[in-house]
Write a protein that binds this ligand. Sequence first.
Ligand SMILES: CC(C)(COP(=O)(O)OP(=O)(O)OC[C@H]1O[C@@H](n2cnc3c(N)ncnc32)[C@H](O)[C@@H]1OP(=O)(O)O)[C@@H](O)C(=O)NCCC(=O)NCCS
Length: 188
Amino acid sequence: MSSTVQKAITTDKKLFHLEQLAEKTPLNSFFCPIAEYSEYLLHEALRSQRDNMALTWLFRERTTGNIAAYMSLIADAIKLSATEKELHSLDYPFKTIPAMKIAKLAVSVPFQEKYKGIGTLMIEMAAHIATACNNQYFACRFITVDADIEHNEGVIEFYRKNGFIPNVEINNKRSKTISMRKDIVVQG
Ligand SMILES: CC(C)(COP(=O)(O)OP(=O)(O)OC[C@H]1O[C@@H](n2cnc3c(N)ncnc32)[C@H](O)[C@@H]1OP(=O)(O)O)[C@@H](O)C(=O)NCCC(=O)NCCS
């Protein structure tokens, strides 16, 4: 990370817009040193979108068209233990709860160096999308993520700061990732 002072993305939010990946969108401006994230955007995201396997959203700078960040969203369902369900006041007899997963999320390095908070903003935008689904199309109670600790050990902290908690019921079986969830219903 560069030593230059980062601006809060909230200051310059209007210089960017969120759009869906399209056939002709130029993708070369995106740079993440973790090859998996660059390769996915360049070579897999469009195919996955065509096959209804993942829908990719780009956060693009209006003036240059450069990609500051992207996220790929998919439908999900998670199994919660009785204790976990209780935590969210989910008094239902079944274990499987509907969710929307952030299957991929990455911020391009030049933008990460310039701004603080793009990752957080992407999660807020994912929450808006999930709320829109809840209001109009289908129900999803949680946003989920498989936090990629293999490539980014500190990423759990990033998700914790954004309201995610680990899924105890699922995590025993995983190692390179930690399954986490964020409740998008604000308890009143
Ligand atoms: C993880 C990632 C999306 C975070 O995006 P970002 O724009 O840097 O995050 P934000 O600026 O919104 O950070 C929010 C908070 O999380 C913290 N944070 C972010 N990444 C962190 C990390 N790796 N370790 C510890 N804390 C981290 C920030 O310091 C900040 O804390 P603060 O609010 O107390 O200042 C970005 O670093 C990235 O694209 N990484 C490479 C790909 C990746 O790992 N994706 C996630 C896979 S599941």
